[in-house]
Write a protein that binds this ligand. Structure first.
Ligand code: 5GP
Length: 225
């Protein structure tokens, strides 16, 4: 009996290899996607988080290398020039981008990758890697609640909060470019919804790269007539 086959006659699990997927979470700022992302990462060992580079100033409580890689504009431009970013965009006057190398490495290992990026980034990933992409858009239950959450963060100035509120309508107009929409009334319920989406997408036939071998092994176990 192989170590992968604890039950005699059952094809080894290793035959069920799967291609990793790219899970994009986007929302207007303050709709709660960061909490959902954090919950998901804590609950699922197969998923890794893409850590973006940004030219934005570090907020209190943010950790360099964990929340973002905080870099200056010349370094950002050099990364763009060298083709080191999978996508990049200007959001609220700051530059953001996704480093390509870690994503390539994780996908090669069959890991799934989570992206907290805006609609511009989702569009660029759609152009480059549409087969691997699963896009989820998170909406707030109301604009009053969105404003309450933005103020609750107590990290941004009044002008920034107002700017983000006025941008929210623009951002929401991109809902149609996403595969799944979630209204985030409760972080736990929304996290469960994303987990359900992720579990279903993992079982998509096109991602089950080991399925031909698995079926061949099953057929090999048919009793001889
Ligand atoms: P914040 O400054 O509040 O952390 O993020 C502002 C917006 O930038 C959010 O909508 C976030 O999803 C988006 N964002 C963060 N990283 C990236 C990235 O690498 N690429 C793109 N396109 N957007 C990003």
């Amino acid at each position: 009996m192989s170590s992968n086959s604890p039950v005699a006659g059952v094809p080894p699990e290793s035959l069920l290899s799967r291609r990793g997927l790219l899970l994009v979470l986007s929302s207007p700022s303050g709709a709660g996607k960061t909490t959902i992302a954090r919950n998901l990462l804590a609950a699922d060992p197969l998923i890794c988080s893409s850590i973006s580079v940004t030219t934005r100033t570090q907020r209190p409580g943010e950790v360099d290398g964990k929340d973002y890689h905080f870099i200056d504009k010349p370094r950002f431009d050099a990364m763009v020039e060298a083709g080191e970013l999978l996508e990049h965009a200007l959001v609220f006057g700051n530059h953001y981008g996704t480093p390509k190398k870690p994503v390539d490495d994780w996908l090669a290992q069959g890991r799934d990758v989570l992206f907290d990026i805006d609609w511009q980034g989702a569009q660029q990933l759609e152009e480059r890697m549409s087969n691997d992409l699963v896009r989820v858009f998170v909406l707030p239950p109301s604009m009053a609640e969105l404003e309450r959450r933005l103020r609750g963060r107590a990290q941004d100035t009044e002008a920034v909060v107002q700017g983000r509120m006025s941008k929210a309508a623009d951002e929401m107009s991109h809902w149609i470019e996403y595969d799944y929409i979630i209204v985030n009334r409760d972080a736990k319920a929304s996290t469960d919804q994303v987990k359900t989406i992720l579990n279903a997408e993992r079982q998509r036939r096109t991602r089950l790269t080991g399925m031909s071998d698995y079926i061949a092994a099953l057929r090999g176990q048919m009793p001889k007539a």
